[in-house]
Design a protein. Structure first.
Length: 75
């Protein structure tokens, strides 16, 4: 069972989870892009695992969706 604490990730953990660098997450945050995040204090940035999952899903190409679902991509 995954606890609530395991559902909240540091930038380092989030970067590893989605397969990008911490620097990429930092750049995206500064531009208002990338996965949703929140501040758990004045300087503590955190990511919810569910938000990371949604962000990855939103970035899948039609080719990837076909491979995952086995169904043809919708036009």
């Amino acid at each position: 069972m995954v606890t609530e604490q395991q559902n909240v990730l540091t930038p380092q953990q989030a970067a590893r989870y989605v397969g990008v660098s911490e620097g990429a997450l930092r750049l995206w945050r500064s531009r208002g892009e990338g996965p949703r995040h929140f501040r758990a204090g004045e300087k503590l940035i955190r990511y919810r695992r569910v938000d990371l999952d949604h962000w990855v899903e939103s970035r899948l190409s039609a080719t990837c969706e076909t491979a995952v679902s086995g169904a043809p991509a919708q036009p």
